[in-house]
Design a protein around this ligand. Structure first.
Ligand code: SER
Length: 350
């Protein structure tokens, strides 16, 4: 008999490591084995608790092998190329972000049909699915709801928006003309703001100026921020991102009024981000040297997200506002990590 499993793709990435730590404390997730996949190896302290498969989500024979060995009941599909990186390699981004997701949706649909029960498919989408045309509009529509301004300006944003649609299609309409329509998957997505972890740095994103500023300050390195001081987007501390994914996965299906939810924690400008960093690292050398192209991307993202639906339907509520994120999570953990304070760290998701 095949072992039941939760599959996490992109497991060695920023969100992946934090999520795996949370899911895999014991190596099992509600009786399921935690199966992780990534191009890269997992850090040793994580790989001891899970079954890690090093490889590409585009490798169909690898996916077939997984399905022959495991009954996959739940998928957290995190693998993706982020927004800045995707602008430099749009074809690669389309392959990984869209074709990779399509392959996993097919896998989930097949597994759902075989089991006669929907596989849960959890998908982190992004603030990048929104695209406001100019800063005046951004100011006017400060808290954007899920269905507003779905006009992404980046390859990554287009990929995420389309994959939301594909997920909804697979969940609700896949093989809709078949005489006996088989059980398909249970697709659920959250749209994240910029994420900030005390333990890892993102790579290739456009909201990276926040985490980069903070990590540079902790290492006493000067930092030139690539967006204007006044630009504002929402952020979230990594433990809240993990909480959002897990809580959405656990919510009863009947409670969900939509397949895709905004989630957010705190909205601050780059200048306010700098002020928070300077409170804890007063000697930090932070300057602003906007890169107009990356600036344009951040200008097109909303200043804040309206997450009323997530709060109402599945009780979403972040644990960390800006104050708590900096004072209670980011700064103490980063200080210890960079050796300027004694004590043990509590990694994301632990
Ligand atoms: N953090 C992502 C990026 O900057 C947005 O989801 O690409």
């Amino acid at each position: 008999m095949r072992a039941k499993a939760t599959l996490v793709t992109g497991a060695a990435g920023e969100v992946g490591q934090a999520l795996v730590r949370r899911l895999a404390g014991s190596g099992f997730c509600q009786g399921r084995r935690v199966l992780t996949m990534d191009l890269d190896p997992l850090p040793a302290e994580l790989s001891a608790h899970v079954t890690h498969v090093q490889g590409s989500i585009l490798d169909t024979s690898l996916l077939e092998r997984l399905v022959s060995e495991y009954e996959i009941e739940e998928i957290y599909h995190l693998a993706a190329l982020l927004s800045t990186r995707a602008e430099f390699s749009p074809d690669a981004a389309h392959r990984v972000n869209v074709e990779g997701t399509l392959g996993l949706l097919h896998l989930a649909a097949q597994q759902s049909e075989w089991r006669g029960e929907p596989v849960r498919f959890i998908f982190p989408s992004s603030i990048a699915v929104f695209g406001l045309p100019d800063t005046a509009t951004k100011e006017k529509y400060a808290r954007v709801r899920e269905w507003e301004w779905n006009y992404p300006t980046t390859m990554y944003g287009c990929n995420k928006l389309y994959c939301e649609m594909l997920g909804i299609y697979f969940g609700r309409h896949y093989r809709q003309l078949a005489a006996d329509r088989p059980t398909s998957l249970d697709f659920r997505a959250v749209r994240f703001p910029g994420l900030v972890s005390a333990f890892t740095l993102p790579s290739g994103g456009t909201s990276d100026y926040g985490p980069e500023m903070l990590h540079a300050a902790a290492q006493q390195k000067p930092y030139a921020c690539f967006v204007r001081e006044d630009v504002r987007i929402p952020f979230m501390a990594m433990p809240d991102a993990v909480k959002a994914l897990v809580n959405l996965a656990q919510a009863p299906l009947e409670a969900l009024s939509r397949p895709v939810y905004n989630v957010t924690s705190f909205s601050i400008s780059a200048g306010e981000f700098r002020d928070h960093v300077k409170r804890f690292f007063p000697d930090a050398e932070i300057s602003f040297a906007p890169d107009l192209k990356r600036q344009r991307i951040v200008d097109s993202w909303p200043a804040d997200l309206d997450d009323t639906a997530a709060r109402r339907d599945w009780g979403w509520s972040p644990d960390y506002d800006a104050e708590r994120a900096f004072a209670g999570y980011l700064v103490p953990n980063i200080r210890r990590r960079h050796g300027n304070e004694a004590g043990s760290t509590t990694p994301d998701g632990a």
